[in-house]
Design a protein around this ligand. Sequence first.
Ligand SMILES: [Zn+2]
Ligand SMILES: [Zn+2]
Length: 318
Amino acid sequence: MRVRFWGTRGSIPVGLTVADVRDKLARALVAASGKRFDSYGDAYAFAEQNLPFSVSHTFGGHTSCVELDTAHDEYFVCDMGSGARAFGEHVLARQSGKPATINIFMSHVHWDHIMGFPFFGPAYVPGMRIRIHGSHDILEKAFRMQQSAPCFPVAFDHLGATIEFRKLTPGQPTEVSGLKVTTQLQRHSGDSYGYRFEHDGRSVVYTTDSEHKLGDRADRDRAAAFFRDADLVIFDAMYSLAEAISVKEDWGHSSNVMGVELCQAARAKHLVLFHHEPANNDAAIEGALRDARRLEELTRGEQTLQVSAAHDGLEIDL
Ligand SMILES: [Zn+2]
Ligand SMILES: [Zn+2]
């Protein structure tokens, strides 16, 4: 199974500013001073291999959209944040005119998780089949409202694809075209649901927009049971621990520190920090990643937990 991250930012998309680009260019030039590159390829390889991540890359970018590629004919994707536009282009290019079935799994319907759907190309193509899965009763209403006048020029009913909504019962595993899917209720304004996907002996947990209270033993045990032995946990690490337990308590999000603790308790193998705070620049997100890795080292038991920070374009093979 391959996991592709099309959108990884929380709340609202964030673009690099001119100042950000100049800063990256200046730092790259300093790192490359005295070196000679005979071709674009040589320079590209240097940028890829030798520059720090925060100089050569940027963390998303687009809001939540994560694809699970199981090598099945059908597509599987979590959330329709603004990353859905790029994901849609990928689907259309790969299909080259042929119809497809796309399974969308919705964590919840806050705007940052549905805003990409009106720009999701396959939704406009007759012959495409789109199944929107979720545990909220208001799922369909939210998608329709978003495309209602005067907020968007194309009404939901005018989309070309065949679109259906499927309700998932929390805690009850369901099979969706060869993928085992289980949802679990999470603490978040208006409720959100985490997903556990299992396929071919591999498991991925997608748990975004979920607040975990420090010291809430029952919540910790419940989360650890849901994440149990997962190969990959995509985790809402919007805040630092200090923010999550003080000014931003009850804002419905979690932290890098909580991610490490819960994944260790669950003996998960790989934690990916996700749904980055829009106010944080690349250096701040890299700092949160460094802190999480340091904590993992200091508290490591028998099993190593790999820790990464998601960025648009990241691909992880399981
Ligand atoms: Zn969100
Ligand atoms: Zn939310």
